[in-house]
Each structure stands twice: as structure tokens, then as C-alpha cells.
Design a protein around this ligand. Structure first.
Ligand code: GAR
Length: 220
């Protein structure tokens, strides 16, 4: 049996992706969530963690004079849990280069768009405004380029007539909850790495493009 991978999850909000990861860990996802850290006090994701008996910590960015000092404090806090993987799950802050380099190859993020399209905020509204017929979510390794790190897996959803941003977000979130535990599983099972050339390798093969999630992958 694979040893459980120690993971720290970093959030800013309601934590539905965190919940999907917790649910996985309570089933057969081979990870141990050592802590959930939020930059915002009082968010629902912290309650989700507490309900699951997971240690929580708040590191409020408003108490730090600048991004560098905040990120250094965040590194110290995360490292106190000795994780082998750090999963950003709706963490709504731009990270410094020092932070990203510190966790090179063991920092994952989820983003609500089919990257490289729609980096940044308000992705669902921007997809609607552009009249796209396809939208989705991406899991990627984090690098210094905002939402620009090497892609691992994506899931697509159709944009339907009459959608507003909330409806579209809900459809995308359902997929997010499937692909994040999947990518974490691959990492925990040592099947997924970011190699020295900055390429993603899954099962020892370089990914030319992200895996396109279809429900069959969920049992892979
Ligand atoms: C998710 O849609 C996630 O993809 C997005 O925030 C939401 C968090 O929801 N992340 C980003 O936009 C990162 N730039 P959750 O708190 O319910 O998991």
C-alpha cells in the first residue's frame, strides 16, 4: 500500500474543492491532510476542515505590510506541517516568486477556465461575454507566471443558452471537484511529476497537452 502523502491545503473561501479533497482522503485517496490554511478568517472552508478533524490555521494577509513578508510567513507556517504537496484550492492571492520557487514541483492550483484562456479573475463572466461555447477548469503546477504553469488535467463543460455566470460556475465546479482529487491522486501515487525541464510527466510519459478529463479517468 502507498504511504499517505502529507498535504497542506490553502484556501480563501467556501472550500468546495477542499471538501472534495477531504472526501477523497476519507475514502481511498492516499493523502493525509495535515492542515488547512486560510488567508481569510471566518470562511466556510475552515469549518469544513474542523468538521473533518483537520487542523486549521489563519494567516491574515491584512496583518502584513507587503506581499513578500506575507509569503515568507506563509512558507514558515506551511513548512511547520512538513507537507510533500501544497494544494491551492481557491486561494485568491498572487504569489511571490520566492514562494513559488520554494515549492517548485510540489505546488498545485485549480483554475476555473480552460487555460491558457482566461487567466485571472471573473472567468465565467468573461467566457459568457466572449460568446464561447466551451468552458471548463484546469489543474496545473504553479510557476512564477500567474495561472501559467504546466497543465496537468482539464475538464470541459458546455456553455448553455440562458446561462449566467453563477450557473456556469456551478457547472464548472462540479468538474473541479472531480479533477482536483484525480491530479492529487496521481501525485500521491508518484505517477505525476514536474521534471527538470519543466515538463509534466504522467506515468513516465511527457504530457504534450493536458489530460482531458472524462469520467473514465476517475477510476484510473
Ligand atoms: C474555484 O472555482 C476555483 O477554481 C477558483 O476559486 C473557486 C474556489 O471555490 N480559483 C481561482 O479562481 C484561483 N485563481 P471553492 O472555495 O468552493 O473551492
Amino acid at each position: 500500500m502507498t504511504a499517505r502523502l502529507p498535504v497542506v491545503v490553502v484556501i480563501s473561501g467556501s472550500g468546495t474543492n477542499l471538501q472534495a479533497i477531504i472526501d477523497g482522503a476519507q475514502c481511498d485517496l492516499p493523502i493525509e491532510i495535515r492542515a488547512v490554511i486560510s488567508n481569510r478568517p471566518g470562511v466556510y472552508g475552515l469549518q469544513r476542515a474542523e468538521q473533518a478533524g483537520i487542523e486549521t490555521a489563519i494567516l491574515d494577509h491584512r496583518e502584513y505590510p507587503d506581499r513578500e513578508s506575507y509569503d515568507q510567513a506563509l512558507i514558515a507556517l506551511i513548512d511547520s506541517y512538513s507537507p510533500k504537496l501544497v494544494a491551492l484550492a481557491g486561494f485568491m492571492r498572487i504569489l511571490t516568486a520566492d514562494f513559488v520557487r520554494h515549492y517548485g514541483g510540489r505546488l498545485l492550483n485549480i483554475h476555473p477556465s480552460l487555460l491558457p484562456k482566461y487567466t485571472g479573475l471573473h472567468t465565467h463572466q468573461r467566457v459568457l461575454d466572449a460568446g464561447d461555447s466551451l468552458h471548463g477548469a484546469s489543474i496545473h503546477f504553479v510557476t512564477e507566471e500567474l495561472d501559467g504553469g504546466p497543465l496537468i488535467v482539464q475538464a470541459q463543460v458546455p456553455v448553455e443558452a440562458g446561462d449566467d455566470a453563477n450557473m456556469l460556475a456551478a457547472r464548472v465546479l462540479q468538474k473541479e471537484h472531480q479533477i482536483y482529487p484525480l491530479a492529487i491522486r496521481w501525485f500521491a501515487e508518484n505517477r505525476l511529476i514536474l521534471d527538470e525541464n519543466g515538463d509534466v510527466r504522467l506515468d513516465n510519459k511527457r504530457l504534450e497537452s493536458p489530460v482531458l478529463f472524462t469520467p473514465l479517468e476517475s477510476i484510473g
